[in-house]
Design a protein around this ligand. Structure first.
Ligand SMILES: [Zn+2]
Length: 235
C-alpha cells in the first residue's frame, strides 16, 4: 500500500526543520512519512536543503508520493528517523515570487489577458499570457498597480473548501474544473479582497513580504505568446 506523505509544508510553511521517518528508499531517492520540502509542481520549483548530512537536490511528486532526491547515499532504510532542514532563503524567495505571480495574474485577468503558462524560480520568474495589442506601457502599468497593492498590504490565507462549494465561487470555477475530479476538497489561496485561486503552492502570509515586483523583461512572440519576466526585491 502506498503511504501518503503528510504535507507539513501546508500546515507550517514558515518552519525550516522537521523530523520524519523513512518510508521507502530507491537508490538516492527517499520517501518520508512527512515532509516540509515542497515538491516541484504547478510551475513552481522545488525546495532544496539537507536530509541528515545529505543534500536534497530536488523534490518531486508522483501520484501522492513525494520523492526526495539526495546528492549522496545515506544508507537509509525504512523506519529510520531523519532530520530535514529546508534552504530557507530559497524557499522564502519562492513564496514571495509565487504570491507576486498570483497578484500579477489577477490584474492581468481583470484586464482580460489570459495567463497561458508560468514558471516560478528563485532567481527570476515568468508568466505567459495572450493579449491582443502588445502594449509595453500598459503592461508596465499592471506591474505598477501590483506594487501599489503590495504597499497597501493584505493578508494571504490558505484554506480548504468542499469541491461543490468551490465550484460556486466566482472566478474559481475555471480553475476548479481543471483540478483532479477525485479531490473532495480544494485548497484555496486567497489574497484577501483581491484574488482567490485553487492552488497547492506556498505563499507569504502578507503581501508586504513580497517587497517590490520588478519587471525584468517583456518578450513578444505573437498574440498568444507574450512573456513577462519578473523578480522580487526587498524594499
Ligand atoms: Zn499558484
Amino acid at each position: 500500500m502506498k503511504t501518503v506523505t503528510k504535507k507539513l509544508f501546508w500546515d507550517r510553511p514558515y518552519d525550516r526543520e522537521f523530523e520524519a521517518k523513512v518510508v521507502s528508499v530507491d537508490g538516492q531517492r527517499v520517501i518520508l512519512d512527512q515532509t516540509l520540502f515542497y515538491p516541484r509542481g504547478g510551475g513552481v520549483a522545488s525546495d532544496t536543503g539537507l536530509l541528515d548530512n545529505a543534500k536534497v537536490v530536488e523534490v518531486t511528486k508522483q501520484d501522492d508520493q513525494i520523492w526526495h532526491s539526495l546528492g549522496s547515499i545515506l544508507g537509509l532504510k525504512p523506519g529510520d528517523g531523519v532530520r530535514g532542514s529546508v534552504d530557507w532563503e530559497r524557499r522564502h524567495r519562492l513564496m514571495r515570487m509565487h504570491t507576486a505571480g498570483h497578484l500579477l495574474s489577477s490584474i492581468f485577468y481583470r484586464e482580460n489577458c489570459l495567463i497561458t503558462g508560468n514558471q516560478i524560480d528563485p532567481d527570476r520568474s515568468r508568466f505567459d499570457f495572450n493579449l491582443e495589442q502588445f502594449d509595453r506601457g500598459r503592461i508596465e502599468g499592471f506591474v505598477n498597480e501590483a506594487n501599489r497593492i503590495i504597499a497597501k498590504d493584505a493578508p494571504v490565507k490558505m484554506y480548504f473548501v468542499d469541491r461543490d462549494e468551490a465550484l460556486k465561487m466566482p472566478g474559481l470555477i475555471k480553475l476548479a474544473q481543471a483540478a483532479p475530479p477525485s479531490e473532495d476538497q480544494l485548497r484555496i489561496v486567497e489574497i484577501e479582497g483581491i484574488d482567490r485561486q485553487a492552488d497547492g503552492g506556498l505563499h507569504v502570509a502578507n503581501l508586504k513580504e513580497i517587497g517590490r515586483i520588478e519587471l525584468l523583461k517583456l518578450e513578444n512572440k505573437g498574440k498568444n505568446n507574450r512573456r513577462l519576466y519578473y523578480d522580487v526585491k526587498n524594499l
